[in-house]
Design a binder for this molecule. Structure first.
Ligand code: APR
Length: 233
């Protein structure tokens, strides 16, 4: 029976593709007051500033490519039932070939109606305040901002509950509820945490195997062990 490998990825997963993380030294939040560009209040106060912030990130995303870590995860689909649960709003997991990807915090290449959140559009160019959907609604980035609900959380919890293996990759485990997902892993699950500067809280999880490496190197190091282990269990 194919074992279920669940990945919980954060900004560090995309760091080697050239996308800045949020809380590292020269992080994405540098030069920006987080709440000015990633909260409903910020959107209300200065729509143009928020649109420009996401337009810059969307343009940059179209210039970068998946890294070796994304590709190793896509390859592991040959040996496991794979579920990717990511806090990232980029599409690099998908571009590397991963099929089942849940975006807890939304997607940079999507926008949605301001009044009907279920009306989502693919969007790869700049979003301007004059843009409208076919129904004439104003549009906003399809991103979960601070203080907003995380619609995919329940689905993500149910996936983690079914895990045989969990790979936590490149997240500082500081933002909830995403950071709590690990708690829903079955006691029997094997959990790895790959991060060059692992969050201190990780040391409190007995079940966690900490690999203090970058995503690509850490995944290269454990992929054989994972495949062999998956076949024996
Ligand atoms: N490989 C793996 N991990 C890395 C790498 C790398 N090459 N480079 C940095 N990291 C690690 C850092 O050590 C850090 O622990 O990635 C983590 C990035 O943490 P954050 O910048 O806090 O990103 P993340 O945990 O994804 O933030 C969660 O916060 O700002 C909000 O919504 C935003 O989804 C984001 C959420």
């Amino acid at each position: 029976m194919e074992k279920h490998l669940v990945v919980l990825s954060g900004a560090g997963m995309s760091a080697e593709s050239g996308i800045k993380t949020f809380r590292d030294a020269d992080g994405l939040w540098e030069g920006h007051e987080v709440m000015e560009v990633a909260s409903p209040e910020g959107w209300h106060n200065n729509r143009e500033l928020v649109l420009d912030f996401y337009n810059q990130r969307r343009r940059h995303l179209l210039e970068v490519t998946p890294n070796k870590g994304h590709r190793i995860l896509a390859d592991l689909q040959n040996d496991f039932k794979m579920s990717i649960i990511t806090q990232n709003v980029d599409d690099l997991h998908e571009r590397a070939g991963s099929q089942n990807v849940i975006h807890l915090h939304g997607e940079l290449l999507k926008v949605r109606s301001e009044i009907a959140p279920e009306m989502v559009l693919d969007w790869t160019t700049d979003l301007n305040s004059s843009d409208r959907n076919a129904e004439g609604h104003a549009l906003r980035p399809d991103i979960v901002w601070f203080g907003e609900a995380v619609p995919e959380m329940e689905r993500a919890i149910n996936v983690v509950k079914e895990a045989d293996f969990v790979l936590v990759i490149g997240t500082s485990l500081q933002v909830y509820p995403a950071a709590s997902l690990m708690d829903y892993a079955p006691k029997r699950a094997v959990i790895y945490y790959i991060d060059p500067k692992p969050a201190a809280v990780a040391a409190t999880y007995q079940q966690l195997k900490i690999i203090p490496e970058k995503a690509s190197r850490g995944l290269e190091m454990i992929k054989e062990e994972l495949i062999n282990w998956g076949q024996t269990l």
